[in-house]
Design a protein around this ligand. Sequence first.
Ligand code: 16G
Ligand code: ZN
Length: 534
Amino acid sequence: MSDPIIEAVDKHPAPKGLQYTYGTAGFRTKADVLDSVLTRVGLVAALRSRSLKGKWIGVMITASHNPPEDNGVKLVEPLGNMLQEEWEVLSTEMANKTGGEEVAKFYSDMAAKYNIDLETPARVVVARDTRASGARLLGCVQDGLKAAGAEVKDYGFLTTPQLHYMVRCLNTEGTKDAYGTPTEKGYYEKFGAAFKTALKGKKASGSLTVDCANGVGGPKLTELIKYLPPKEEALEIHVVNDNVIKPEALNVDCGADFVKTNQRAPPSSKTDPNDRCCSLDGDADRVVFYFKDSNNVFRLLDGDRIATLVASFLGDQVRLAGLADSIKIGVVQTAYANGAATQYVEQHLKLKVDCTPTGVKHLHHAAEKLDIGVYFEANGHGTVIFSENTLDTIANYEPKNPGQAEALSVLRACIDLINQSVGDALSDMLLVEVVLAHKSWSTQEWLNTYTDLPNRLLKVTVKDRNVFKTTDAERRLTSPEGLQEKIDKEVQKVRQGRSFARASGTEDAVRVYAEAATKAEAEDLARKVAELVK
Ligand code: 16G
Ligand code: ZN
């Protein structure tokens, strides 16, 4: 009898001489060398589901902000979290096995090693972004899933956070932790209703122009808008860069990564000074805000700004609700957070700041230890999570006066508005709008809360990036020997200097970050450190 796993794997042979790694964002590379990986990911997803007694596991086919010719895939755990690290390693091993027989053997070895009963049902949810290669790669995953005998739900096109939402909803359906209805309509209804309640009748000033990176966020936002309160009462949204019919336009001269990296609006942008804008990335899990000020100068409100805005607002609401003694808020950042943002949170908001290595899973884990954990990377990736205890406290607290009742109601709506399974550009965007409406703030007032230290990010090509090893949340190098001391010396030469170098997890390069009191000093410091790294 022929083995369906061997057949499926041999139908999509691996290109010779390539090494695949399940990195910070799953497998990600040129789409035309991914077929074999996707079939094997199907097998791993089925095993992972069986190892969790048939819980739903998510498979998202996306390469986020990467160019149109790339693609990728990542696996989602039952509550919407990123794949467990041990399984990342197994996925990497599986992806690099040579042929069907080797893969089939590894599959049964894994089952034996982890005591996985292969008779247990396997349930897997799949979705993809709008890349041209998505349909073909979906077919490859399906072949793997079918060979492993998994039950499959294919949601077609979704944003990455929508897929995380579906996974969490499916696994909590009918329990006390039910997260929502596992349909697209359920997603829009949940977030639309929470937005309306959280606004408390307040109206956003002006309008919001949303650049969707010509990705899946475009059509999904257009759909979401139908579930928001009428624009005359709440928020007027203009959707731009939503052309998904032309997949080669994805992330090209637009989107969150373009705006953050180039520190400028998409060239196609036609907004006036002080118009509020934001950009999503290609799979809508990142968002950054920006505007042109009265002097036509581009002003960026990135993930650091979203974190400070949201942390200050939630802090106010917790205090107003009378819960300041029982609920502590903390902010989680990475080394890329601007020093001024860190200082603002610690000294002005008087909240604790934790720093973790780059990558959502690290921030998420640190945030899970807090009552309310606000975590954002500077690039706009992030969300807010509430601990079990905090959720109970907010759900059960009896308000002592109308002021407390109002704040409690806002907090409850925010809990629903924030996608707690993962950072979600659409949900984060609505949250920012709620906070600005409550504070009656323009983007200029939001910007005025603190002044960013001038900074510079450089990409350095090196012979072997693996020799760059870090400690202290990537802020210091332990290898190559002696390099950190040299960086320290350069840092001391400038005012308010800070700099670090780390190997990229997504590109074959080392990234150098530097900040200082003036632009000239920051640029100079970055250049000097880059020289040292070379
Ligand atoms: C991945 C991470 C992102 C991080 C980026 C850093 C996830 C889902 N994505 O895209 O959070 O900012 O890598 O890239 O964790 P780098 O290692 O190349 O600097
Ligand atoms: Zn993304």
